[in-house]
Design a protein around this ligand. Structure first.
Ligand code: ANZ
Ligand code: ZN
Length: 842
C-alpha cells in the first residue's frame, strides 16, 4: 500500500485542521458541559532570539501527552501557552542591533510560535498571553499596587489592606515609622547585589556562587534605594502549605531549605567596650559551653572599634576584613575549610550567666547577612567553632552528653552537663529553660530566623513593567490611580543602562515629569521597572480568562479552573519563579481577589523534567556548537519522531544525552506502525482482544498518569512488534488497531490521526474515548519456562505465573531431557531469570 510515511504531508494538514476545528480549545465555565476540568501547565517560554531548544519540547510533549489522555477520558482540558517576554537578553540584543525590544520580541514570538505549531502541541492558542502586552501588564501593575496598599497582619497571619489604601506613603523614613504601616511593597535602601555587567541589582535568588546568574560576572555590593516585596512575611505559610500539595520531594526540600527557618534565641553579651552585642543561636541550651565570641568582619561594631581606637589591632582587623569581603558567602561558610580569624585585642565579652570574660574574634565564617552577624561559639558542639578553637587553641567545654558515645565534635541532642541550672535536662527542655531564664533576666528572647530575604523588586533597566508609583516631594510615594493604568512603557530610541545605576527611563523627561495625583504639584514617575519574575508570577491566572478587560480574571472562571492540576517545569526555578508565584497567589487570595474556593496554593501537583544534554553528556550551548535545533529534526523526521524520541530517550525526570541513533530507532518504530494498516483485517473482529492488548492499555494508561513515558512507549513498541513482525499473528483486527492508535495518539498525534481517518473515521481521534481494559485479562496465569543447558535450549514447558525461583529450578532439573544433557555431571551454576528462563552450566 504505502511504503513511505508521508509525514511532511499529513503533519501540517492535521495541524491546520485541529486549529480550524478548535480541537484543543478549552470550554469556559461550561454550563452545559458537566465535564470535570483538567488544567495542565508548562512554564511559558522566554522568546529568545535563539528560538526553540530541544529542551523545550521535552516538558511540552510530556504535559501534552497527559492532557491529550485527559481529554480522551472526557475531561474539559486547559493546556495554554504564552510568552514571558520581558527581560534582559531581548533588551541587550536590541541595544546591540540598534532595534527596539518591542520589535525584537514580536519577531522572536513569531518564530517560537511557528516552531511550536510545527510540533503539533495541543495548546489552546486562543488563550495566548504575552507579559509585554499592555493589556497584560496593566494587571501586573495593578497587582503591584495591591501589594503597595496592603500590609501583613501578624495576628491574622495574612495580608490585609491598610486603612487608607490610596493615600501616599511618606518617603521620609521617620514619618514612615510614625505611619507604622509597613507595606508588602516598600522602598528601602539596602545593600544590594549589583551586577556590573548587566548593570542591575539582583535578588539573592539570582546570585549563584557569588556571580550573576545570567552573565556569571562576580557580583558587587552597592547601596541603593529599591522597591522590595515582603515575601518573608509569608515564610511560615510557604513552608506549611507544602504539606497540602503534591510536589516532587526534592522540590519541597529545596524550598524549605531556601526559606531556612531556624528556631532559637537572641542572647545579649555585654562587652568591655560598653556595647551590648546580640547573637543568634539555635542552641541556647549550650550557653555554658561558650568559650569565645565571633563577629563577622563587616559587623558595624568592628568599624566603630577601629575608628574609636577601642581595638588595639585595628590595622590587622581592617586588612582581614578586606580579604574576607572579597569572598562569597559560600566560600566563607564552607565546613571543610581551614578556619581563619583575628583576635580583637582590647575587647572582651561577659558571659551572661556567670560573668566570665571571653575573648572576641572576627572571622569570615560568620556571615554579615545572617542572624545578627555575630555568634557565641560553642566549640564542643558546633563543627565550625570546633575547627576554629583547634586552630586558635581555645578551650572546648562539653555541655551536652550524647546518648551514645561519639567521636569528635557532637552537634546532636542529648543531656545537659557542666551547665549549672540546666544540668540533667534534655536538650529540648534545656532550651526552653534557658530561654525562660534569658527573658526573665532581660538578656535575651525567643526568636525565629529565616534565610529567606525580602524580594528586591526594582530593576534599573528599560524592558520591564514600569512600577506605577509617582514620587512627590511633598506627599512621598503616590500610587498611580488604578483607573489610569497601565503606565505605558514609552517607546524610545535609546534605552542603554546607565553606570550611575539610574534606570534609562529617567532620561525620558516628558514621561518622567507628571503632576502628583494627590496634590497636583510637579512630581516624577518612579523610573525603576519590575524584574522579569513579575509577569510570570500570575500568568496561570490570566490563562483562565485571558481577554478580560475589566479584571485580571473573572472570579467564576478562576473558581472553575484553579488550581492547576499538573505543572511541569525546570528545577532551576524552584527557589525563584515557583516560590514567587506561590507567594503572589497567596497575597491575592488573602486580599480576596482570588476566590476562597481556589485555595491558597496555585499548583496542586508540581513535577520536573531532566535536562536534555548534548551527545557526550555536556550541557548544550551555543559556544560549544553542540545545540540541536528542533527545526532540523522536524524537517528530516517529522514532529512525531521528535516527540516520541524525547519521551522515549530516558526516564522523564533524569538528564539524558541526545542520541542520533535513538532518533533512527524511533523513526523505524513509527514506520512499523504505518505498516499496520496493511495487516488490519476484519476476520478477527469478533474475537476478544488477547492478553497483550489489555496489558498494553493498562501499562500505557498508568505510565502516562505517572509520567513514565519511556516505558509507555516501549510497551507500544512491544505490541507493534507482536503484530507487525510476529510470526504467530499476521492480521490485526480493526478493534485492536483502533485501540492501538488511541494509545499512540498522545505521543504521535499526527500519525495516529492520519491512520484513524484512513479507517474512515470523521472526527478527531483526540476527541475519541480513551480505551479501557479488563484487569483480569491483563494477568497471564502461566508462562512458558525455557531451560538451557550450557547455552542450548533443552526443554520448555508451561508453569504457573506465580512460581517461585526454587520451584522453577527444581522443575527444570527434573526434566528428562535436561537430565540427559547433564550427562550425569553436577551443575556448576543454575540461574533463574524470572518469568522466562533457567540456565544451567556444567
Ligand atoms: C551556638 C551554637 C551551638 C550554634 C551549637 C550551633 C550549635 P542555622 O541552623 O543555619 O540557622 N550562626 C548564627 N549566625 C551566624 C552567622 N551570621 N554566620 C555563621 N553562623 C551563624 O544556624 C544557626 C547557628 O549558626 C547558630 O547557632 C550559630 O551557632 C550559627 F552547639 O549558636 B549556633
Ligand atoms: Zn503630592
Amino acid at each position: 500500500m504505502a511504503d513511505k510515511r508521508p509525514f511532511s504531508e499529513y503533519e501540517p494538514k492535521w495541524q491546520e485542521r485541529w486549529e480550524i476545528d478548535g480541537v484543543y480549545c478549552a470550554e469556559d465555565v461550561p454550563l452545559s458541559n458537566k465535564a470535570e476540568k483538567f488544567y495542565g501547565l508548562i512554564e511559558f517560554p522566554y522568546p529568545s532570539g535563539e528560538g526553540l531548544h530541544v529542551g523545550h519540547p521535552r516538558s511540552y510533549t510530556a504535559i501534552d501527552a497527559v492532557t491529550r489522555k485527559r481529554r480522551m477520558e472526557g475531561k474539559n482540558v486547559l493546556y495554554p501557552i504564552g510568552w514571558d517576554a520581558f527581560g534582559l537578553p531581548t533588551e541587550n540584543y536590541a541595544i546591540k542591533t540598534k532595534t527596539k525590544p518591542q520589535d525584537a520580541t514580536a519577531k522572536n514570538v513569531a518564530n517560537f510560535k511557528r516552531q511550536l505549531k510545527s510540533i503539533g502541541f495541543g495548546f489552546d492558542w486562543t488563550r495566548e498571553v504575552n507579559t509585554t502586552d499592555p493589556s497584560y501588564y496593566t494587571w501586573t501593575q495593578w497587582m503591584f499596587l495591591q501589594f503597595f496598599k496592603a500590609r501583613f497582619d501578624e495576628k491574622k497571619g495574612k495580608a490585609v489592606y491598610v486603612k487608607d489604601p490610596d493615600a501616599p506613603v511618606p518617603a521620609n523614613s521617620q514619618e514612615r515609622h510614625a505611619n507604622s504601616q509597613p507595606r508588602l511593597a516598600y522602598k528601602a535602601t539596602t545593600n544590594i547585589n549589583w551586577c556590573p555587567r548587566c548593570k542591575i541589582g539582583l535578588a539573592n535568588e539570582e546570585v549563584v556562587a557569588g556571580a550573576c546568574e545570567r552573565c556569571e560576572s562576580p557580583v558587587e555590593r552597592r547601596e541603593k534605594a529599591q522597591w522590595m516585596i515582603g515575601i518573608t512575611k509569608y515564610a511560615d505559610r510557604l513552608i506549611e502549605d507544602l504539606d497540602t500539595v503534591d510536589y516532587l520531594d526534592k522540590i519541597k526540600i529545596q524550598q524549605v531549605n531556601w526559606i531556612g527557618k531556624s528556631e532559637g534565641a537572641y542572647v545579649d553579651f555585654e562587652l568591655s567596650s560598653g556595647d551590648i552585642v546580640t547573637v543568634f543561636t539555635t542552641r541556647p541550651d549550650t550557653l555554658f559551653g561558650v568559650t569565645y565570641l565571633v563577629f563577622s568582619p563587616e559587623h558595624p561594631f568592628v568599624h566603630q572599634w577601629v575608628r574609636e581606637g577601642a581595638a588595639l589591632n585595628g590595622d590587622e582587623m581592617m586588612a582581614y576584613q578586606k580579604q574576607a569581603a572579597a569572598k562569597t558567602d559560600i566560600e566563607r561558610g564552607a565546613d571543610n575549610k581551614e578556619k581563619t580569624g583575628v583576635l580583637v585585642q582590647g575587647i572582651t565579652a561577659a558571659h551572661p550567666v556567670n560573668g566570665e570574660q571571653l575573648p572576641v574574634y572576627i572571622a569570615e565564617y560568620v556571615l554579615a547577612g545572617y542572624g545578627t552577624g555575630a555568634i557565641m561559639a560553642v566549640p564542643a558542639h558546633d563543627e565550625r567553632d570546633f575547627a576554629f578553637a583547634k586552630k586558635f587553641d581555645l578551650p572546648i567545654v562539653e555541655v551536652v552528653e550524647p546518648t551514645e558515645s561519639v567521636e569528635g565534635c557532637f552537634s546532636g541532642e542529648g543531656t545537659a552537663v557542666n551547665s549549672d541550672f540546666l544540668n540533667d535536662l534534655s536538650t529540648r527542655n534545656a532550651k526552653e529553660t534557658m530561654i525562660a531564664w534569658l527573658e526573665k533576666q532581660g538578656k535575651g528572647s525567643r526568636t525565629i530566623n529565616y534565610k529567606l530575604r525580602d524580594w528586591v523588586f526594582s530593576r534599573q533597566r528599560y524592558w520591564g513593567e514600569p512600577i506605577p508609583i509617582i514620587i512627590c516631594k511633598d506627599c512621598g510615594y503616590v500610587p498611580v490611580p488604578e483607573d489610569q493604568l497601565p503606565v505605558f512603557l514609552p517607546e524610545v530610541d535609546s534605552y542603554e543602562p546607565t553606570d550611575t545605576g539610574e534606570s534609562p527611563l529617567s532620561n525620558i523627561r516628558d514621561w518622567v515629569e507628571v503632576p502628583c495625583p494627590h496634590c497636583g504639584k510637579p512630581a516624577e514617575r518612579e523610573t525603576d521597572t519590575m524584574p522579569n519574575w513579575a509577569g510570570s508570577s500570575w500568568y496561570f491566572l490570566r490563562y483562565c480568562d485571558p481577554h478580560n478587560g475589566k479584571a485580571f480574571a473573572d472570579p467564576d472562571k478562576l473558581k472553575f479552573w484553579m488550581p492547576v492540576d499538573l505543572y511541569n517545569g525546570g528545577m532551576e526555578h524552584t527557589t525563584l519563579h515557583l516560590l514567587y508565584s506561590r507567594f503572589w497567589h497567596k497575597v491575592l487570595w488573602d486580599l480576596g481577589h482570588i476566590p476562597r474556593a481556589c485555595g491558597p496554593e496555585p499548583y496542586a501537583v508540581r513535577r520536573s523534567h531532566g535536562l536534555i544534554l548534548a551527545k557526550g553528556g555536556e550541557k548544550m550551548s551555543k559556544s560549544k556548537g553542540n545545540v540541536v535545533n528542533p527545526d532540523d529534526i522536524v524537517r528530516q523526521y517529522g514532529a512525531d519522531v521528535l516527540r516520541v524520541y524525547e519521551m522515549f530517550m530516558g526516564p522523564f525526570d533524569q538528564p539524558v544525552p541526545w542520541d542520533t541513533n535513538g532518533i533512527e530507532g524511533v523513526k523505524r518504530f513509527l514506520d512499523k506502525v504505518w505498516r499496520m494498516q496493511e495487516i488490519v483485517d476484519s476476520k478477527g473482529e469478533d474475537l476478544e482482544p488477547p492478553t497483550l492488548v489489555h496489558q498494553t492499555v493498562k501499562k500505557v494508561s498508568e505510565d502516562i498518569d505517572t509520567l513514565h513515558f519511556n516505558t509507555a512507549i516501549s510497551a507500544l513498541m512491544v505490541m507493534a512488534n507482536a503484530y507487525v513482525t510476529g510470526k504467530a499473528v499476521t492480521v490485526m483486527p480493526p478493534n485492536v488497531y483502533r485501540i492501538y492508535l488511541k494509545l499512540l495518539a498522545p505521543f504521535a498525534p499526527h500519525l495516529a490521526e492520519e491512520l484513524w481517518h484512513r479507517l474512515g473515521e470523521e472526527s478527531s481521534i483526540h476527541l475519541s474515548a480513551w480505551p479501557s481494559y479488563d484487569p483480569i485479562k491483563t494477568v497471564t496465569s502461566s508462562f512458558e519456562l525455557v531451560v538451557q543447558v550450557n547455552g542450548r535450549v533443552r526443554d520448555r514447558f508451561r508453569v504457573p505465573a506465580s512460581i517461585s525461583e526454587q520451584d522453577a529450578i527444581a522443575k527444570a532439573l527434573a526434566s528428562a531431557n535436561v537430565q540427559k544433557h547433564l550427562e550425569g555431571k553436577e551443575p556448576k551454576t543454575v540461574k533463574y531469570i524470572q518469568g522466562k528462563l533457567v540456565t544451567i552450566a556444567t
